[in-house]
Write a protein that binds this ligand. Structure first.
Ligand SMILES: *[C@@H]1O[C@H](CO)[C@@H](O)[C@H](O)[C@H]1NC(C)=O
Ligand SMILES: *[C@@H]1O[C@H](CO)[C@@H](O)[C@H](O)[C@H]1NC(C)=O
Ligand SMILES: *[C@@H]1O[C@H](CO)[C@@H](O)[C@H](O)[C@H]1NC(C)=O
Ligand SMILES: *[C@@H]1O[C@H](CO)[C@@H](O)[C@H](O)[C@H]1NC(C)=O
Ligand SMILES: *[C@@H]1O[C@H](CO)[C@@H](O)[C@H](O)[C@H]1NC(C)=O
Ligand SMILES: *[C@@H]1O[C@H](CO)[C@@H](O)[C@H](O)[C@H]1NC(C)=O
Ligand SMILES: *[C@@H]1O[C@H](CO)[C@@H](O)[C@H](O)[C@H]1NC(C)=O
Ligand SMILES: *[C@@H]1O[C@H](CO)[C@@H](O)[C@H](O)[C@H]1NC(C)=O
Ligand SMILES: *[C@@H]1O[C@H](CO)[C@@H](O)[C@H](O)[C@H]1NC(C)=O
Ligand SMILES: *[C@@H]1O[C@H](CO)[C@@H](O)[C@H](O)[C@H]1NC(C)=O
Length: 636
């Protein structure tokens, strides 16, 4: 395959991948554990600022560290990369450009301009006219009145005359392209698999064409996954029943962390050196409680008796550091953070979530966050959420949840599961429900003997989230790029309906119903807009979480031991604050500079001549006004 064909294949491939990813996002809820970004206390000020500069506008710049793929106004993208995005025509919408005012002369010549009401103008002189050119530039020829009889062409000679032969040249013979040592944009990243010496493309699990993990999805140089940075991870499903788990779940099989940590990724496509792989962090996700803890082991095992695959990859976060000088570059090093979990074969499919990001090696390596706007929210992107944390010296920060504000969604078999959440998206009303399976006896026992915890099943569905809600430490980001180190960028989620023990469940034998249970919540988010009307920024103003109580009825004919489904329900709605635009006008500059008292020296203003001199001053003012209006008329 020629280089040109390869690159066009890549373009189509990445396009399809984006489409498929978007379709998948729309098609189903995604299970996700509540991962958080680490808090870097060294950047948390004790007294963070309370106001925010809304002037900056590059809406697609959603990463604090590193270049946002396809964002042509992102100042963190190396110029060479921005040029590539532009030449490939993949520039993302960047928002309304700053309004500018164009002068045809140096702005020193312009005395006064009537602007439409707005607070944000830059002055941009297009052409600097010197005094001599000033008048000639004010006057220009638009059309002349010479008679025109239409265009004619003289008859060109035929045969080998003039430029005829020169215009029909055979193309130069092309020599076959040699493989460069380095990578070029989108070229396939090459690696040696663990314990292998055969060069092969680097692949990651990816839901190409369906929700099933496709192991043929190759990583392209400087191509992030998910493309378009809409979600932190992209998730796919693995049917464990089609895998030979004594291989896949053992040693450095395809589900194991060693499959990635033992990779030897080549620094260039024709290079023989490998980039060092550092495993930064490995966490263990408890499949039952949803709790994340430091992994005690990274060795995967398969127990064929119980059908349990342990310590296998649930989340893969691969960060590749690169140096790029148009048109080629290298991979310098690779960082991995992993979340491992256990799964029973009978609970197949296994969800696997992947992120591949690219960071310029020359940029400072701090934690990379994904924003949902710059600065205001973009509709449809995750609502930022996190919990308030305080360190010993009294500094306050927000420990941001990686996927934003979570709401429980159905896990395996539609049951509520502590590891299954969907993210609240800005401006999108959303309802979800998951079920709890109980027999008549279990419900009765709960309703009569466990009256102190009417929220028991809600707690089982969100064991790590509910405590932070109860303690009031759950916050939502006011802006799409709310800063974790500034608590003033965040709004606390207000609660109604707690403490739960104010209502107790009551069992009614006659109706076979349990009432007074906490069966879900209703999250109401009030939003508003700010900034100039040509570049509105959306923000979260207030959030209220109302716990709802309800009744769980047992169907009349159910036997004591048949499981019945009862539902927890969750609502999220966005309410727009009614707002009126205010008209902002810049104060007009004084029309005439105040004149010094002795301006008419040597003519003296006598008492009797006061009337006359007033008239004189008035005339001067009128003349000045006329001149300024004339200039304005010509120049604006
Ligand atoms: C607490 O935060 C401050 C920054 O506000 C930092 O200088 C200090 O080292 C932090 N202390 C600890 C124990 O992390
Ligand atoms: C706000 O940001 C803009 C663009 O980055 C900058 O030009 C301006 O000076 C900033 N204003 C303040 C008050 O910091
Ligand atoms: C799985 O792989 C192992 C080792 O290669 C082999 O011994 C075993 O027969 C395979 N099992 C199945 C079901 O294919
Ligand atoms: C796992 O791999 C080791 C060698 O790496 C092998 O000895 C062992 O039998 C394998 N376990 C299973 C369950 O196949
Ligand atoms: C959640 O699902 C996992 C399988 O994905 C299962 O092992 C676990 O028991 C479930 N947790 C609950 C609380 O049902
Ligand atoms: C495999 O699981 C069975 C049943 O849970 C257990 O008895 C056995 O000890 C396990 N084997 C290993 C090697 O852990
Ligand atoms: C992903 O990896 C990068 C680089 O190692 C790290 O900064 C980031 O915090 C990781 N993300 C998560 C969710 O662990
Ligand atoms: C509810 O719980 C709080 C704290 O857990 C306790 O102080 C209070 O007495 C309880 N109220 C009832 C009615 O049980
Ligand atoms: C969720 O919203 C729907 C429609 O707005 C409403 O009928 C339902 O009662 C709400 N449920 C809860 C738990 O608030
Ligand atoms: C979301 O729900 C609120 C309250 O029910 C309603 O006012 C609003 O119009 C809804 N928004 C959308 C986009 O449907």
């Amino acid at each position: 395959m020629g280089a040109a064909r390869a690159s066009s294949f890549w373009r189509q491939h990445s396009c399809i991948a984006v489409l498929v990813a978007l379709i998948l996002q729309l098609a189903r809820g995604q299970g996700s554990a509540l991962q958080t970004y680490p808090v870097d206390w060294s950047v948390v000020p004790l007294n963070p600022p309370t106001s925010r500069n809304l002037t900056a506008s590059c809406n697609c710049d959603l990463l604090n560290v590193g270049c946002s793929y396809g964002c042509c106004c992102d100042s963190k993208c190396p110029a060479a990369l921005t040029k590539l995005f532009q030449s490939d025509g993949i520039c993302l919408p960047s928002g309304t450009a700053q309004q500018t005012l164009k002068y045809c002369v140096s702005d020193g010549f312009v005395y006064k301009v009537n602007l439409p009401a707005s607070s944000d103008f830059y002055v941009q002189p297009v052409e600097q006219a010197d005094n001599a050119k000033f008048l000639s530039q004010l006057l220009c020829i638009v059309s002349d009145k010479n008679p025109n009889v239409g265009d004619t062409y003289p008859d060109p000679p035929s045969g080998n005359a003039g430029d005829n032969a020169k215009l029909a040249q055979c193309p130069a013979a092309v020599s076959p392209p040699s493989t460069p040592v380095q990578y070029s944009f989108q070229s396939v990243v090459q690696a040696y698999a663990a314990g292998s010496s055969a060069k092969q493309p680097l692949t990651v699990p990816y839901p190409a064409f369906s929700s099933v993990c496709n192991d043929q999805f190759v990583v392209g140089y400087l191509m992030p996954t998910p493309t378009g940075s809409r979600d932190y991870y992209v998730t796919c499903e693995r049917n464990l029943k089609t895998l030979n788990l004594s291989v896949a779940c053992n040693g450095s099989g395809i589900l194991t962390p060693h499959f990635y940590s033992d990779l030897h990724i080549l620094t260039g496509q024709g290079s023989s050196s490998v980039a060092p792989v550092t495993v930064v962090r490995v966490q263990y996700l408890d499949p039952v409680t949803g709790a994340l803890s430091k992994a005690s082991s990274t060795t995967s095992k398969y127990n064929s008796t119980s059908g349990l695959c342990s310590n296998i990859v649930r989340y893969l976060n691969m960060t590749l550091y690169y140096t790029y000088a148009d048109p080629y570059g290298f991979i310098d090093e690779v960082e991995l953070t992993l979340v491992l979990t256990d799964i029973l074969v009978s609970n197949s499919p296994l969800l696997q979530s992947v992120r591949v990001s690219w960071i310029d090696s020359s940029q400072a390596t701090t934690v990379q966050f994904v924003s949902s706007g710059h600065p205001g929210y973009i509709t449809g992107l995750p609502v930022l959420a996190g919990t308030e944390v305080t360190n010993t010296s009294g500094a306050v920060a927000i420990q941001r949840l990686v996927s934003g504000m979570p709401v429980p969604t159905p896990g395996p078999n539609g049951l509520c599961n502590a590891t299954s959440f969907e993210t609240v998206k800005y401006g999108v009303n959303f309802t979800s429900s998951c079920s709890v399976s109980l027999t008549k006896l279990e419900l009765k026992d709960f309703c009569i003997n466990q009256v102190s915890q009417p929220e028991k099943y809600l707690r089982l569905a969100m064991p790590t989230l509910l405590p932070s809600m109860e303690s009031g430490s759950l916050y939502l980001g006011e802006w799409g790029n709310a800063d974790f180190s500034n608590i003033n960028d965040w709004v606390q989620v207000s609660l109604s309906g707690v403490p739960f023990n104010q209502t107790v469940p009551i069992y009614s034998e006659a109706d076979m119903a349990c009432s007074g249970l906490v069966v879900g919540f209703d999250l109401q988010i009030v939003t508003g807009v700010a900034f100039s009307s040509n570049n509105l920024q959306q923000k979260v103003l207030y959030a209220k979480l109302c716990f709802t109580t309800g009744v769980w009825d047992i169907p009349d004919k159910a036997s004591e031991t048949t499981p019945n489904r009862f539902f927890l329900k969750f609502n999220v709605s966005f309410i727009r604050l009614p707002q009126q635009a205010v008209s902002v006008k810049k104060p007009a500059p004084p029309l005439v500079v105040p004149l010094p008292a002795d301006v008419f020296y040597p003519f003296v203003v006598s008492d009797s001549a006061v009337g006359a001199s007033r008239l004189c001053i008035l005339l001067v003012i009128l003349a000045a006004a006329a001149v300024s209006l004339t200039l304005q008329h010509f120049c604006y």
